[in-house]
Ligand binder design. Structure first.
Ligand code: CMC
Length: 442
């Protein structure tokens, strides 16, 4: 008779344990009872980088990695990208259901009225160096928002959570645009709340002397689709950072600042920037085999390829390839696309990539579109952070409401020195004799 349990025999003691299986998972805390003696603290799970550990139960996003499936609240990403818009998708992610007309209008209004930022934020952005990376500015300014909204500390109050969610989704494009304008030495452009979410963002970025900025509808829609594709992606590095930081019960701005910092890295949201730098370095289709050889030998990585969960084509990359064609009709073709297409073709026929199931991910083609639209490469991770804010806020609210969650506090396997006595500095060995031991830890 089948039973939803796991029987473990500890060969050290010969004892047997029966552990429940729920949702195809065991609770690693159940391993703690497995001991060799009463003093033994019990067995722990060792999982550096959490490659096979679920840290929460979630109802937000579902990825079926080996089939290349992505759904938000049950809706396939392909349908949302085709039929929805970013703000509606953000509502779906945050609230769990698609809105009716009345609720959608209210949501749009509630997010849009928060697009302004305190004037002091402008001064704050001004003080960054002229060449500051916009993602660094974003980490700083999002974190700084917590000082403007001390009410955000009330994380268990539903109305407060709703307010911080609207504020953050509303303000992120403004902070991002200010970071960009600062890097260009251009005056900041205030939000135009008559425009759509992405239309207003384009206006804050690119408006010059015209009285009203008119976004190109194809580019506005393309950016909106890209925003839909980036809105959430379950327990990735930045969401895990957000959940971990938020588990200390800090306010949402501080937790989102941590998430933005995690997203900045080249293995995560910074990969879209790294892809363009890589394609520019390769420079021509002729040099691809040489680079493929390097990547296979471990000299660098083929950026924009591979994923912890997808062991198939990332469904977002497929949609982005289509969007690229639409954007190029307006902007002209970005020549890097030819290198990217050939790189993909060669990699997908190469046993190294095939056997490791390394396919293009969301970052492989998105940068090519952003570049064609006139964004500098340093803005690419910022373009990831803006839409991901709705996902982060949904994940944050889920964490705060989850009675099973506690402060995140993993265990370690200590492999350092045993107990030893302090030696006064005068009695320690000479520096040259100690160099090796010291340098190991820096
Ligand atoms: N190029 C060359 N080899 C690779 C790559 C790559 N892009 N990705 C993985 N591998 C190899 C890796 O060397 C390893 O080989 P071996 O088994 O011989 O040691 C094997 O494939 C498994 O890789 P892993 O590093 O254990 O896989 P992971 O799940 O820890 O890493 C990843 C996932 C996305 C960090 C990694 O694939 C990578 O570094 N890709 C390039 C950066 C990138 O595009 N990041 C964006 C991810 S998607 C959007 C997002 O999350 O922001």
């Amino acid at each position: 008779m089948s039973k939803d349990t796991l029987t473990i025999t500890d060969n050290r003691t010969g004892k047997q344990y029966e552990i429940p299986i729920e949702h195809n998972a065991i609770r690693t805390a159940d391993l703690r009872q497995i001991k060799t003696s009463v003093e033994d603290a019990g067995l722990v799970g060792y999982d550096p980088a959490l490659t096979n550990t679920a840290t929460c139960k979630s109802k937000i996003t579902c990825i079926v990695g080996d089939k290349g499936i992505l759904r938000y609240r049950g809706y396939p990403i392909e349908e949302l990208a085709e039929k929805s818009n970013y703000l509606e998708t953000a509502y779906l992610i945050v609230k769990g259901e698609l809105p009716d007309r009345k609720h959608f209008e209210m949501w749009k209004q509630n997010v849009t009225i928060h697009s302004m930022v305190h004037e002091n934020i402008k001064k704050f952005v001004d003080e960054f160096r002229y060449d500051a990376h916009p993602m660094g500015i974003l980490v700083g300014t999002v974190g700084a928002l917590s000082t403007f909204y001390p009410d955000a500390k009330d994380i268990f109050d539903l109305e407060s959570r709703r307010l911080q969610t609207r504020r953050l989704i509303g303000k992120l494009p403004t902070l991002a645009a200010f970071a960009y304008r600062h890097s260009r030495g251009l005056p900041y452009v205030y939000p135009d709340n008559d425009l759509s979410y992405t239309g207003n963002f384009l206006s804050m970025l690119f408006k010059m002397t015209e009285l009203k900025y008119q976004p190109n509808p194809v580019l506005e829609r393309a950016l909106d689709v890209l925003f839909i594709l980036h809105a959430d992606h379950e327990q990735n590095c930045s969401t895990n950072a957000l959940r971990s930081v938020a588990s200390s019960q800090v306010d949402a701005y501080s937790a989102v600042a941590a998430a933005v910092a995690a997203l900045y890295g080249p293995l995560h949201g910074g990969a879209n920037e790294a892809v363009i730098r890589m394609l520019m370095e390769i420079g021509s289709v002729k040099r691809i085999p040489e680079y493929i050889k390097k990547f296979k030998s471990g000299e660098g990585r083929l950026m924009g390829f591979g994923h912890r969960v997808y062991k198939n084509y990332d469904p977002r990359a497929k949609i982005i390839k289509r969007v690229a064609d639409e954007v190029f009709q307006v902007t002209g073709r970005n020549p890097l696309i030819d290198i990217a297409l050939e790189l993909e073709r060669i990699a997908l026929e190469d046993d190294y990539f095939v056997s490791r199931k390394l396919y293009p991910n969301v970052d492989f083609y998105s940068g090519i579109i952003y570049q064609a639209m006139g964004f500098p490469v340093t803005m690419f991770p910022v373009l990831f952070a803006i839409p991901r804010t709705s996902g982060w806020m949904a994940q944050w609210a889920e964490l705060v409401r989850d009675p099973e969650q506690k402060i995140t506090r993993p265990r370690q396997i200590y492999i350092g020195e045993g107990a030893r006595s302090y030696v006064p500095i005068a009695q320690r060995p000479q520096p040259d004799m100690r160099e090796d031991a010291v340098s190991e830890s820096i």
